[in-house]
Design a protein around this ligand. Structure first.
Ligand code: 6PG
Length: 251
C-alpha cells in the first residue's frame, strides 16, 4: 500500500478491490469502536455503488461483524434512488441484503430514506430524521460518511453542475438527475462536509481519469466534479483507491 498526504485529504492506494475493502472494513470497525469507548452513538451514512457493496458483504462476515458494537450504531444513507425499498435499484435494499440483514442492529436504528414517497417530502422527512439524531442546532456531525464516486465525478447523488451543489441551508434535498431521467434523494455538501470522517471508495480503471482530475486538477469549472467539493471542515477525508483507479496519478 502507498499512502500520500494531499492538501485536503489522505490518499491510500491498495493493490486491488479486495485489499481496499479490507482496509475500509478495518477503518469502519475502528471508528465504531472509538464511539463505543465514549458511549456515544456511532452514526454512519452508507452509500450505493459496487465498491461499497463489497465492503458491506465483508462487514457482514462473522470475523468482522463480531468486532462492531452494532448496538451503538445508527445507520443512515447519504443518497437514495426514488424507488420503493424492495426495488432492485434501492440503496437501502442493497445495504440491507449485503449487511444489515446479517448483523444485530436494531430496526429502530436503521434510518432509510423513503424513496417511494414524493421526493420533496421524502427529503424534508429525512432532514427531520437527521435533526432527531443530531439536534436542530448546527450541522449534523456523522462519525463516518462512506462515499463512492461515479465516472462523471458525482458522489452521493450530487451530479455535475446540479443545483443541489449550491444548497447551503438544507441537509438533504431531492434532485432531478437529467441524464438518468430519474429523481434521487441526497445529502448536500453541508451535511457531507460536517462529518468527522469521510471515506471515498474508488476502484477500477474506468475511474482513473476522473480520479486524476478530482485529486490533481485545480482548474476544473466549479461544479464540474462534485467529488472535488468534498472537504470536511472539522473532519478527516480519506480516499481509498485501488491501483487500477490510481494508474494515472502522478507518483
Ligand atoms: C448511487 C451512489 C453513487 C455511487 C457512485 C459509485 O446510489 O449510485 O451512492 O454515488 O456511490 O456512483 O458507484 P460504483 O461504485 O458502482 O461505480
Amino acid at each position: 500500500m502507498n499512502s500520500f498526504r494531499l492538501q485536503h485529504a489522505r490518499l491510500e492506494v491498495w493493490r486491488d478491490p479486495a485489499e481496499l475493502c479490507e482496509r475500509a472494513a478495518e477503518l469502519f470497525i475502528g471508528i465504531a469502536r472509538e464511539a463505543e469507548g465514549t458511549g456515544a452513538d456511532f452514526t454512519v451514512a452508507l452509500s450505493g455503488g459496487s465498491t461499497p457493496k463489497s465492503l458491506y458483504a465483508l462487514l457482514a462476515t462473522e470475523a468482522k461483524a463480531a468486532r462492531v458494537p452494532w448496538e451503538q450504531a445508527q445507520i443512515f444513507w447519504s443518497d437514495e434512488r426514488c424507488v420503493p425499498p424492495d426495488d432492485e435499484q434501492s440503496n437501502y435494499r442493497m445495504a440491507y441484503q449485503a449487511l444489515l440483514a446479517h448483523v444485530p442492529v436494531l430496526p429502530e436504528r436503521i434510518h432509510r430514506m423513503h424513496g417511494e414517497d414524493l421526493p420533496a417530502h421524502a427529503a424534508e422527512a429525512y432532514a427531520a430524521e437527521l435533526e432527531k439524531q443530531f439536534g436542530a442546532e448546527g450541522d449534523p456531525r456523522f462519525s463516518l460518511i462512506l462515499l463512492g464516486m461515479g465516472e462523471d465525478g458525482h458522489t452521493a447523488s450530487l451530479f455535475p453542475h446540479a443545483p443541489a451543489l449550491e444548497e447551503r441551508e438544507k441537509t438533504v434535498v431531492a434532485a432531478e438527475v437529467e441524464k438518468l431521467r430519474a429523481h434521487r434523494l441526497t445529502f448536500t455538501l453541508r451535511t457531507i462536509n460536517a462529518a468527522a470522517q469521510v471515506i471515498f471508495l474508488v476502484s477500477g480503471a474506468a475511474k482513473a481519469a476522473t480520479l486524476k482530475a478530482v485529486l490533481e486538477d485545480d482548474s476544473t469549472a466549479p461544479g464540474a466534479l462534485p467529488a472535488q467539493l468534498v472537504r470536511p471542515e472539522g473532519g478527516e477525508l480519506i480516499w481509498l483507491v485501488d491501483e487500477d483507479a490510481a494508474q494515472l496519478l502522478k507518483g
